[in-house]
Design a binder for this molecule. Structure first.
Ligand code: HEM
Length: 155
């Protein structure tokens, strides 16, 4: 184990590039599916991973959602900081327990032009070499409801 491994601690299981597929739904929109690539990039000597997600319609025909940020250690906890080009910035905080990173939103800021999202919840799991996540959101009149699930293999 080197110095960066020590600094990353429980974040290390997420490090790397992951590709996979996801499905999305919400009561107010049509169901959809997508391809996604997630990078959790090691920054040598730093206690955080740079985070980048890019998604495409099936077959990578057109880009869909993308977001960037950091997965970092903070005190005894873990934080995901996310910036979305759709006008949202999130700080999510939680713990990694048995490969499960269950996050609680600390803050969600939105641009006056962004859709009226009131809350975003995220959970990441690494199990048997695969990464998966689920995302829930509260939007407009709809209370917290599942929006996305995706599953990945390491590249
Ligand atoms: C993997 C990432 C994501 C993909 C592929 C995705 C895809 C989609 C698609 C295809 C729609 C329906 C078309 C539309 O109204 O634009 C949609 C709606 C929406 N998404 Fe996502 N999304 C993603 C992540 C997120 C995240 C992180 C948020 C949190 C802010 C979010 C918030 C919304 C909202 C507010 C709507 C509109 C719902 C409505 O009009 O009733 N999405 N998304």
């Amino acid at each position: 184990m080197d110095a960066t491994d020590d600094l990353l601690g429980e974040l290390k299981v997420f490090a790397g590039t992951w590709t996979g597929t996801g499905t999305g739904h919400y009561p107010t929109i049509a169901d959809f599916s997508y391809e996604e690539e997630i990078d959790f990039t090691v920054m040598p000597g730093k206690p955080f991973l740079a985070y980048r997600s890019r998604t495409w319609s099936p077959g990578r025909e057109r880009p869909m959602h993308t977001e960037n940020g950091y997965l970092r250690r903070s005190g005894g906890a873990v934080e995901l900081l996310v910036s979305q080009p759709t006008g949202f910035v999130e700080i999510q905080r939680g713990d990694v327990v048995d490969g499960v990173l269950d996050l609680t939103p600390l803050s969600l800021s939105r641009s006056p032009d962004a859709k009226p999202v009131h809350e975003v919840r995220r959970r990441f799991v690494v199990a048997e070499g695969a990464l998966s996540y689920d995302l829930w959101m509260a939007h407009a009149e709809t209370p917290l409801t599942h929006h996305l699930t995706a599953r990945f293999q390491r590249v």
